[in-house]
Write a protein that binds this ligand. Structure first.
Ligand code: NAD
Length: 367
């Protein structure tokens, strides 16, 4: 039976509320399945700035590197909004991604049938369910490419253009290979259908993505690979969301599409995520939502996104598929019984619970 050390970063706002309950869920999994989870609670974000002056203390990063996985709540809030860019709480996220080499962001967008009414899409579009996994490249592309300001020069008619700003989309074969390999491997545990989303009709970097994927595909012959331009993909996601299985894409396209896919499944309070690096490196698991300062400390936060992030941790960092399923099934059971936090309550017969009570229901439903 396993012995796992988890670095826990509650963070700010609702972070501690949702993370503490999730640790209780993991302890229950440990009791039921005979594993030991040890939690190492660490500071990052606004609370770290208050305590140490640094959004990501060196001790936090070092402890995360030693851990088997990292569980993070959320960082940030109005209290720290006026700080200069490099000392803001969000710096902690970038520092963790960089420090742990987390090059892949996995965001499943799953519509629980019990929450079909929460989707902004028409019922007939979501009636066959939504279960999309977005695999987004996280440490390359335009967010990290060469950027700056320069003189824009002259138009053909000799008119001065004024200052010009530029950002660069650059991808190396190594960066593309590792994310495509990961996406295709993950497809194997699902429906074996992957869509590479790009803009290969215009961007040279997208054409390299296609070349690399074509070269790798024979190693993943059992996975059906399709290519789709990002503008078309954004339309198809709302037109026929049920037809997608795995989407593999660049940093910027993934950023935009994962928010779109997340929203069509209902509430931000239901969306988990994982960020993964090289094999053997600790992955980081966190809800997609932020620190929600408007509801912090009021026992109103939906803890399910964080609880489902812990299920992802069990599956992808510890290869504990049955244990991951046990959490997902418990969440599904609680929803079927009509229990809801306020953000996902839209039917009269729903029983509205607070953060703590919802967490307790999930714990009691783990079998
Ligand atoms: P947010 O996700 O915190 O909140 C957006 C809205 O969704 C709010 O109305 C909030 O009440 C609601 N909401 C969010 N999570 C919820 C939950 N679990 N249950 C119920 N309702 C929930 O986004 P925001 O308001 O733009 O940002 C607030 C702070 O969080 C900012 O400081 C921002 O920088 C930070 N942030 C952090 C992360 C992160 O740590 N990964 C991500 C996004 C935003």
């Amino acid at each position: 039976m396993g012995n796992y050390r988890i670095a826990v970063i509650p963070g700010d706002g609702i972070g501690p509320e949702v993370v503490n309950g999730t640790c209780e869920v993991l302890l229950e999994i440990g009791r039921k399945f005979g594993h030991t989870f040890r939690f190492d609670e660490l500071l990052a974000g606004g609370s770290a700035i208050d305590a140490t002056g640094d959004p990501l203390p060196a001790a936090t990063l070092a402890a995360c590197k030693r851990a088997d996985a990292v569980l993070l709540g959320a960082v940030g809030g109005p209290k720290w909004d006026t700080l200069p860019g490099k000392s803001r709480p969000e710096k902690a996220l970038l520092g963790l991604r960089e420090g742990l080499g987390l090059y892949a962001n996995l965001r499943p967008a799953v519509l629980f049938p019990q929450l079909a009414g929460a989707s902004p899409l028409k019922e007939d579009l979501v009636s066959s369910g939504i279960d999309v996994l977005i695999v987004r490249e996280l440490t390359g592309g335009i967010y990290f490419g060469d950027r700056g300001r320069r003189d824009g020069g002259l138009t053909q008619d000799g008119i001065a253009k004024g200052e010009e700003a530029y950002d660069t989309e650059a991808y190396s074969v190594l960066e593309i290979e590792r994310i495509v390999r990961l996406g295709l491997s993950l497809s194997r545990g699902r429906d074996r259908r992957a869509v590479i989303v790009d803009k290969a009709n215009i961007l040279e970097s997208s054409r390299l993505w296609r070349e690399v994927t074509e070269r790798l595909h024979p190693e993943y012959e059992d996975v059906q690979v399709e290519y789709m331009y990002v503008d078309n993909a954004s339309m198809q996601l709302v037109r026929r969301p049920s037809e997608f299985d795995v989407i593999i894409t660049s940093n910027m396209f993934g950023d935009i599409l994962s928010d779109e896919a997340g929203m069509i499944t209902g509430s931000i309070g239901m969306l988990p995520s994982a960020s993964l690096g090289a094999p053997g490196q600790p992955g980081m698991y966190e809800p997609v939502h932020g620190s929600a300062p408007d509801i912090a400390g009021k026992n109103l936060a939906n803890p399910l996104a964080t609880i489902l992030s812990a299920a992802m941790m069990l599956r992808w960092s510890f290869s504990l598929e049955n244990e991951a399923k046990a959490i997902e099934n418990a969440v599904s059971r609680v929803l079927s019984e009509g229990y809801r936090t306020k953000d996902i309550a839209y039917e009269e017969e729903n029983v509205i619970l607070g953060t703590k009570e919802m967490t307790e229901k999930v714990i009691l439903s783990i079998v």
